[in-house]
Design a binder for this molecule. Structure first.
Ligand SMILES: Cc1ncc(COP(=O)(O)O)c(C=O)c1O
Length: 409
């Protein structure tokens, strides 16, 4: 009933497609819907296969899955109905704020890094009195800033990187003009996991009185633990006085279910800049300071539960284990003739480059072997997330060597 036959005329194909795509009249038994879903979705990549090595997401922690499904009716868009969830969100933000050196931070668990970054730029715009607003971002900044700027009518000015793939501080200084309202630094770039010189950017922001946002969507759940593990992790958070907001995503290294991004403002005044009052809701008048209206309370509850359950000790253990595999991977790639790493990994992201082979060809061969790697203009990105285990890295290296032999021979 659900499947398209292999041999079809054009007209039977159209009829069959309609049957698949249109809503059932009578409805199907749950068991047959579930059977179809199991069968069709089994074709997707699965985290536990270890083949997803180019994504910043991972399999959510079992506790998070449990509480998420248990409380998935909670809607923070109508927060008056769910005061207990509002309180949990405040506590989750307080815990994240404390992790980022500011227990007084104010913010929300949002849909992801994209929404968090957009909220930061929105706040910067609302707080500025300028008419033509420009935001300076590193060339390495995530494309969510371009999306946000398009929506908000801002001009994005991208500035170049230094030889360590960090934003060029002098270039930032030069790019500041009378239209500049904000600068952005990244603590864990999308492509390479590099941390910009956040403390220098903080000084510039103070000196020029600019809004300064740090995108630690990925690094927020890595850098604080790296520091405690004795790695050389630079300051990037609210301990730097110029930092006004930070993106930190629980649905990346925080092990939370999607959607769970985080936007933290230095104080309540900044958060209020993007707040709207809504009066008609069932729970009474409420204030929303996110882009979306109806939003998942279950995400918030899952983040709260994970922060409580895992605590610093477990997050540290997870980061330590990811870093140890990252180092193994980076070391062994350097041993392969014709391949190299782009830069020594600052966190659990490895960039693979080649002066000999076309990196797109290598990515294509890896994908043919069912490795879900991500491809940047000059490198392949591997993200060693918690679901990636030693045996997966070993198999990956074996396949990579095989590909290099094939292409070289
Ligand atoms: C540094 C950085 N910021 C923001 C984002 C956007 O996050 P999301 O996909 O959750 O919207 C990403 C995504 O990879 C990212 O790497």
């Amino acid at each position: 009933m659900f499947w398209l036959p292999n041999i079809q005329t054009r007209s039977t194909r159209i009829i069959r497609l309609e049957r698949v795509m249109t809503m059932e009249n009578k409805g199907l038994p749950q068991s047959s819907v579930l059977r179809e879903l199991e069968s069709r979705l089994s074709q997707d990549f699965a985290y536990n296969s270890g083949r997803i090595i180019g994504s910043m997401c991972t399999f959510p922690h079992p506790l998070a899955r449990k509480v998420y499904t248990r409380f998935l009716d909670r809607n923070l868009g109508d927060s008056g109905l769910f005061p207990a969830v509002v309180k949990l969100e405040k506590e989750a933000i307080h815990m994240l704020g404390t992790l980022l050196s500011n227990p007084k931070a104010s913010g929300h668990i949002v849909t992801g890094g994209t929404e968090a970054n957009a909220l930061a730029l929105w706040a910067a715009k609302k707080l500025s009195k300028k008419k033509r607003c420009e935001v300076i971002v590193p060339a390495s900044a995530h494309y969510s800033f371009d999306k946000a700027a398009d929506l908000l009518g801002l001009k994005i000015v991208r500035v170049g990187l230094n030889s360590r793939f960090q934003v060029d501080v002098e270039a930032i200084k030069k790019a500041v003009n009378s239209n500049t309202i904000a600068i952005v630094g990244v603590a864990g770039t999308t492509g390479l996991g590099v941390v910009d010189p956040i403390s220098e950017l903080s000084e510039i922001a103070i000196e020029k009185d600019l809004y300064f946002h740090v995108d630690a969507a990925f690094g927020g759940f890595v850098l604080p633990f790296l520091k405690e593990l004795g790695f050389d992790a630079p300051d990037f958070d609210f301990s730097l006085p110029g930092v006004r907001s930070i993106t930190i995503d629980p649905h990346k290294m925080g092990l939370a279910p999607i959607p769970a991004g985080g936007i933290l403002f230095r104080n309540e005044r900044l958060r209020k800049a993007v707040a709207w009052n809504v009066s008609y809701l069932a729970g009474g008048e409420t204030e929303q300071a996110t882009f979306v209206g109806t939003r998942s309370g279950a995400s918030v509850i899952a983040v709260w539960a994970l922060l409580k359950h895992l605590g610093k000790v477990s997050y540290k253990r997870i980061v330590r284990s990811c870093m140890s595999l990252t180092r193994k991977l980076a070391g062994e790639i350097q041993e392969i003739n014709g391949l190299d790493i782009v830069i020594e990994p600052a966190m659990n992201i490895v960039g693979i480059k080649s002066a000999v082979f076309d990196i797109r060809r290598i990515a294509k061969e890896l994908r043919l072997r069912k490795w879900a790697v991500s491809l940047f203009p000059n490198h392949i990105r591997i993200v060693v997330m918690p679901h990636v285990q030693k045996q997966h890295i070993e198999q990956f290296l074996k396949d990579l060597k095989g590909i290099v032999n094939k292409l070289g021979g």
